[in-house]
Design a protein around this ligand. Sequence first.
Ligand SMILES: Nc1ncnc2c1ncn2[C@@H]1O[C@H](COP(=O)(O)OP(=O)(O)OP(=O)(O)O)[C@@H](O)[C@H]1O
Ligand SMILES: O=P(O)(O)OC[C@H]1O[C@H](OP(=O)(O)OP(=O)(O)O)[C@H](O)[C@@H]1O
Ligand SMILES: [Mg+2]
Length: 287
Amino acid sequence: MMKIKIAIPSKGRISEPSINILEKAGLGLIDKNNRKLISKTFNEDIEVMFARASDIPEFVNDGVADMGITGVDLINENEADVIELLDLRFGQTKLVLAAPEESNINSVDDITEEMKVATEFPVLTKKYLDKKGLSLKIVKLSGSTEAAPFIGIADLITDLTSTGTTLKMNHLQIIDNILDSTIKLIGNKYSLKNKKELIEAVSTSIKGVLDAERKKLIMMNVKNDDLDKVKEVMPSMGGLTISEVLSNEKTVAVQAVIDEKEVFELVNCLRNAGAKDILVVPIERII
Ligand SMILES: Nc1ncnc2c1ncn2[C@@H]1O[C@H](COP(=O)(O)OP(=O)(O)OP(=O)(O)O)[C@@H](O)[C@H]1O
Ligand SMILES: O=P(O)(O)OC[C@H]1O[C@H](OP(=O)(O)OP(=O)(O)O)[C@H](O)[C@@H]1O
Ligand SMILES: [Mg+2]
């Protein structure tokens, strides 16, 4: 019987969201708390392997794992030849080139060849510098890159930023954008052929979770006399389900899937149109 392994980050900021999305997709982890490297899931053909986010691109490239969850920054830094299956819509960040605010580097044009750049991303940084026709020395670090200019080991850095707080706290300013990154579900090229069905099943389930995140199920009771008014204010997407409620007054139950952005306004309109017992319910998956 075919089995697949999905590599997910064992720690760090993208570990928990990765586990959550698998759980919502129906792939709850059975051994997630006992520090095992491999966990079974609710599906006996699908296992999860815990790894560092930075190792996952290579593991999926090499087929150690059939699928994986990791960032675009790390996929590109490792030059992994993997298939991108889904954008998981979290971990938005940018790789930027930055210099001390109090320096005379205000744009790429101010960079000179004797300068050094510190980074956790030497491959992406080298490619970027090559494109700009610059051949600076790259100092490879494995964290706290923002401190490099102030301890005198580099003039510039490239690092990830999302809120911008870390750059600001370290008195650094952005000189250029190098890469936009989010977290992706990726697949091994060969597994995608040999284990197509299982991989597609995982991918479809996770896509269902993502689709559901922005939707709500809305349910209400409506007297027959008010039904036309209610129908008028409901958005047409996907159609309404209308079923008879057994009660003295002629009443129906109406339900529909709506965009979460519409909820606030719609609930008010529905009340004014005569809807009663309005329920707004989260949806786990839409397949
Ligand atoms: N500040 C950030 N905001 C959003 N996403 C980020 C940020 N920093 C990193 N990421 C994304 O998270 C991925 C994993 O980061 P990383 O492995 O560094 O985990 P971490 O949470 O920073 O833990 P660690 O303490 O091990 O560095 C990165 O490759 C990147 O895609
Ligand atoms: O723009 P911000 O929201 O401030 O985020 C940027 C910071 O987040 C990451 O560091 P992380 O917290 O992962 O620490 P690390 O350097 O130990 O990886 C990144 O390396 C930056 O330092
Ligand atoms: Mg980090």
